[in-house]
Ligand binder design. Sequence first.
Ligand SMILES: [Zn+2]
Length: 452
Amino acid sequence: MSDSSGVRVTYIHSEQYVLACDTLSRIPRRASMVHTLIESYGLLKYMRVVEPSAPSRRELAAFHSDDYLEHLEQVSRDGDDDHPESQLYGLGYDCPTTEGVFECAASVAGGTLAAAGSLMDGSCDVALNWPGGWHHAKKDEASGFCYVNDIVLGILKLREKFERVLYIDLDLHHGDGVEDAFSFTPKVMTVSVHKFSPGFFPGTGGIDEVGMGKGRYFALNVPLQDGITDDKYFYACHTVLQDVFVTFNPEVVVCQLGADTLAGDPMCSFNLTPRGIGRCLQSILEWRLPTLVLGGGGYHQPNTARCWAYLTAVILGQTLSPEIPEHQYFTEYGPDYMLDITPSCRTDKNDQQYLDNLIARVRGRPNPVPRRGGGTTTSSQRRRRQRWRLASGGHRVARFLGCASAAVWNALPSDIKMPLQLCAIKSSGLKTDFFRTGFCVFRLVSFPRTSN
Ligand SMILES: [Zn+2]
């Protein structure tokens, strides 16, 4: 099933699934509100609805430790919020162990695994699981209201088929659990755009956190300040993500689109509207890669529902009426009963100089070069690659960005590509078979001295 733009979309949903997700104590009924708004706008007919099933213990243990899963299941069964060992697993405080929390968290993971499965069997181009996106949970620790990391489980499943996975986290908070899980691998690149401020949860996500070991430079953080609005947010996201797309050359994309960045959210930090987030999503979808779309934070429930219904329409290429349609939760959308959200007049602490400086620092880092076998480049190899003599048109210095497939190559703007046949490599130290497949992508960075 596809919409008019030809994008085949899978939508993870069942009545039982929504009821389970509605029980989360911090966001009661949010799943119902999101689903009923999408339904009342008439969007379901454009999507293939897939019912998720509860994952097995083995599926959850692909990331989480057996000890943690056993403990979480036990305290969830007993509704025991005072178990003496719970603290060891991050439970209590902002991760309360209410009765049934294990089943709820596990069913969300089942939803994300079903969405990943739809992308893997080729039955859709975009898979949607709005109740998913719990990015803080660690291997053996609950954190920031996240108990099971459905995103990590989904990415691990996608890796069974796809070589390189790009994870994009647009929640207000740093996607620490996902970044940590893949910080040592060059197969999964994580990009998180978030608020970074002293004392703000989870306290990580500075620009200098870039991944470790073989995964060095495969984690990228874009720390922003309070008050950012649509245009500047899009500028930062779009610039960074287009570079990542070229250098990392992903085969599949996973997006976490937490709605706690919206104006009016109780987090009271960013000042975005669904249209701003929609522009970012649209530019990701233009890559035409299999894409898994997940929710995340979002604590103003009507605004979260507005946002995710709007983003569903963006994916489907549909236009929604500006007035909220009559439905079960209609009264929650007062006083204006409109789809759009008006940004507040609070100060934007991200001036253009801050953003340009941030982008310059992101661009100044060495580029990850994905290679067969998953090895990483040494610094001397990298230095050699960054200074190539191009025979055509005199001696130019170009910065090597990576190898691209034909599809990626065709989508690139002309100012960042140069056909390989124009490049005569005078000295590189590189094995030529590295270049036998795909296209080499360069960015011309200067036109310096003409001598060797
Ligand atoms: Zn958040």
